[in-house]
Design a protein around this ligand. Structure first.
Ligand SMILES: *Cc1c(COP(=O)(O)O)cnc(C)c1O
Length: 392
């Protein structure tokens, strides 16, 4: 069999089968069942927060957070250009208006541009920020690839301008500050709302799934209520609000409980594998491994190399194809969201870094079960290939 090293695959080395079978035996396969509650409690314990609601996906988590934050038609939400599009789509679900703010070298929102947008482009009446007459109410901060955004600077701006902060921590479960004001705090537990995803490619998976927390535990209760069709009476069908069918199922949660048991080990492996790549790629002349924010312990979910475009000029598609011929799966960073068809006419603010990185960043294999031998192989093949390609 020829070699194939996947980009990122799930890992079921623990109690997954046991708990899923147990959930099946209980006949509770839908949104009621003991694993749903267990998973919420275990997540809350892990994240050091009082209340977590689990739901169907990271996307539905973000949607519920926006609803709970009071975002509605015509409100402005500040969003990132360089991430997975699901971080921004829920803004449209609410008929709100996204404004794209550039990233910095962490790929996360640039607090300097964020501040200058608020100061120079918006009007502040001492209570409400507005942009072209529309209320600017919130921002979605994505911790890209598990790298913590600059939350100190971001929260300061949010407090100055009365903006709600919705953290998209879908890629960053397990990332936390080790220094400073937020020491010990996990990504997703600093802003007003934190959203997580358990899709198949994330650090832990439930097949599909998500979770939400908030600095206000009552808001989490209300989110859970909205996610279960907003049923007011436990027996009779009384509904005082428009609800959603967004609750996680017991089958998914059974998988989640098992996966969460392994999360600390997965984080350690991702960190260790990153260190090995760093060692093997340090003499790579035409690409460099991107760092994670100092003062944090990142889950190092995805590893990124930045390609030196002064030397390697081939289109990203060709680079990926040629690495694929060596049996290695890699992936280009996303295309900019503001360039996708539904967002082409939206407002953007000083987008330069996002475009720069869109052409240069390649993600390399990062599964928790990757071997040192494979990490060495990937590193050597990439170095060799770039050496060949510099002459093209
Ligand atoms: C995965 C992801 C989401 C969406 O999560 P799903 O569970 O797939 O709905 C949202 N934002 C970012 C940045 C993601 O990586």
């Amino acid at each position: 069999m020829s070699k194939f090293i996947p980009l990122s695959i799930p890992n079921f080395e623990g109690n997954e089968k046991k708990y899923v079978n147990d959930a099946l035996d209980s006949t509770f396969v839908s949104t009621v069942g003991s694993y749903v509650n267990k998973f919420e409690k275990a997540l809350a314990q892990y994240l050091l927060v009082p209340n977590v609601a689990v739901c169907q996906s990271g996307t539905s988590a973000l949607h519920l957070a926006l609803i709970e934050a009071g975002i509605g038609q015509g409100d402005v939400v500040l969003v990132p250009p360089l991430t997975f599009i699901a971080a921004v789509n829920p803004v449209k679900y609410q008929s709100a208006i996204p404004v794209f703010i550039d990233c910095d070298d962490s790929f996360c929102i640039d607090p300097i541009k964020l501040r200058s947008f608020c100061e120079e482009e918006c009007h502040w009446d001492g209570n409400q920020l507005s942009y072209q007459g529309k209320a600017v109410k919130a921002m979605i901060v994505v911790h890209v690839f598990g790298n913590m955004a600059d939350m100190n600077a971001i929260m300061e701006i949010a407090h100055t301008y009365n903006l709600k902060v919705i953290e998209d921590a879908t890629e960053a479960l397990g990332t936390q500050y080790t220094e400073g004001e937020y020491k010990g705090k996990f990504a997703g537990t600093i802003g007003d709302f934190g959203c997580y995803s358990f899709n198949g490619n994330k650090i832990i998976t439930t097949g599909g799934g998500g979770a939400i927390t908030s600095n206000d535990p009552q808001k989490v209760d209300h989110i859970r209520f909205l996610s279960t069709q907003a049923k007011t009476d436990p027996v009779f069908y009384v509904h005082d609000e428009v609800g959603y069918n967004y609750r996680m199922t017991n089958l998914q949660a059974a998988l989640g409980v098992a996966q969460l048991e392994e999360l600390p080990e997965f984080v350690l492996r991702k960190q260790h594998n990153y260190d090995m790549y760093k060692q093997y790629l340090q003499d790579c002349e035409y690409a460099s491994l991107k760092e994670f924010r100092p003062g944090t312990s990142s889950n190092k979910w995805f590893y990124s190399i930045e390609i030196n475009r002064n030397v390697i000029k081939a289109p990203m598609k060709e680079i990926i194809q040629r690495i694929r011929e060596k049996g290695i799966e890699t992936r280009a960073i996303w295309g900019l969201i503001n360039e996708q068809r539904p967002y082409r006419n939206e407002i953007t603010y000083k987008i330069t870094k996002a475009s720069y990185y869109a052409e240069r960043i390649l993600n390399i294999p990062s599964s928790t079960q990757i071997t040192e031998e494979d990490i060495f192989y990937v590193s050597e093949e990439i170095k060799g290939l770039f050496e060949e390609m510099r002459n093209d």
